[in-house]
Design a protein around this ligand. Structure first.
Ligand code: PEP
Length: 247
C-alpha cells in the first residue's frame, strides 16, 4: 500500500514575514492527518523558518531545487548538503519551470537526483509533456525519454515521481482523472521495464497541474495516483487543508 503524499510548492511566493503564522495555522489544522505525508516546499530563504515551525509536527519540509555539485565556486547556488543540514527532507528536482526558464536538461536533472539521494534528501522528480507534444500525440515518448534519461543510475526506492503535464501547470486546466491515471499507469509500466515489478509498484507517483479542492478527490480515487504536487492552491490555507484532507 503506497502512502499518500501531498506537497505544497510555493514557488517564488510568500515573504518570510508572512510565513510563520501561515505555517503555524497549517500545523494546527492538520495535526490529526497521520495517514499521509504532508510537505511544504517554500523558497530557500524561508526554509529554516518553516523547518522550525514544523518541528514536532506531522508536516515535513522540502526545497524547490538543489545544485548538483557538492560545494565550491558556484555563486548563487545551494547544495543538497546545506539543505539537509538545516532539516529539509525533500527537494523538487526538474520542475517544468526549471526546465523551461532555466534550461535544465535531463542530464542536469539526473545529476541533481543522484546528488540529492547521496545526502539522504528525497527528490520529487518532475516530468511531463508540453501541450504541443500532447497535440502531436507524442506525450508518452516524451515522458519515457525524461524518465529513462533522468533516472539513469538512480535508486528508484529513494525517490518520489511527479507527473505534471506542462499545459496544466498554473493554467487552471487539469488533466481529467482518466488521462492522468493513464499516464501514471504508463509510467509505472515503464518503471517495471527499467527496474522491476516490485520497485515499480512501490514508488509513489504524484499528479501535478492545477490541483484544487474540487478535483483532488477524483484524482486521488485513481489507483495509480498516490498524491499531488500543488502549486497555486497551496498558498491558501483553506484550499491546501482541503486538498490534504482529500476523500
Ligand atoms: C506546480 O507547482 O508544480 C504546480 C502543479 O502548480 P499549479 O498547482 O499551480 O498548477
Amino acid at each position: 500500500m503506497r502512502r499518500p503524499i501531498i506537497a505544497g510548492n510555493w514557488k517564488m511566493n510568500k515573504l518570510p514575514s508572512e510565513t510563520r503564522g501561515f505555517v503555524e495555522s497549517l500545523v494546527k489544522l492538520l495535526s490529526d492527518a497521520h495517514d499521509r505525508d504532508i510537505l511544504l516546499m517554500p523558497p530557500f530563504v524561508s526554509l529554516s523558518l518553516v523547518v522550525d515551525a514544523c518541528q514536532g509536527s506531522n508536516i515535513k519540509v522540502g526545497a524547490q531545487n538543489i545544485y548538483f555539485e557538492k560545494e565550491g565556486a558556484w555563486t548563487g547556488e545551494v547544495s543538497a548538503d546545506m539543505l539537509k543540514n538545516i532539516g529539509a527532507e525533500y527537494s523538487i528536482i526538474g520542475h517544468s519551470e526549471r526546465r523551461q526558464y532555466f534550461k535544465e536538461t535531463d542530464e542536469m536533472i539526473n545529476k541533481k537526483l543522484k546528488r540529492a539521494v547521496s545526502v539522504g534528501l528525497t527528490p520529487i522528480f518532475c516530468l511531463g509533456e508540453r501541450e504541443v507534444e500532447r497535440k502531436k500525440g507524442i506525450e508518452r515518448d516524451v515522458v519515457y525519454q525524461q524518465l529513462t534519461r533522468g533516472l539513469l543510475g538512480v535508486e528508484l526506492e529513494k525517490i518520489v515521481i511527479a507527473y505534471e503535464p506542462v499545459w496544466a501547470i498554473g493554467t487552471g486546466k487539469t488533466a481529467t482523472p482518466q488521462d492522468a491515471e493513464e499516464m501514471h499507469l504508463f509510467i509505472r509500466e515503464s518503471l517495471q521495464k527499467i527496474y522491476n515489478k516490485e520497485l515499480a509498484e512501490s514508488v509513489r507517483i504524484q499528479y501535478g497541474g492545477s490541483v484544487k479542492p474540487d478535483n483532488i478527490d477524483s484524482l486521488m480515487a485513481q489507483p495509480d495516483i498516490d498524491g499531488a504536487l500543488v502549486g497555486g492552491a497551496s498558498l491558501n490555507i483553506d484550499s491546501f487543508v482541503r486538498i490534504v484532507r482529500f476523500k
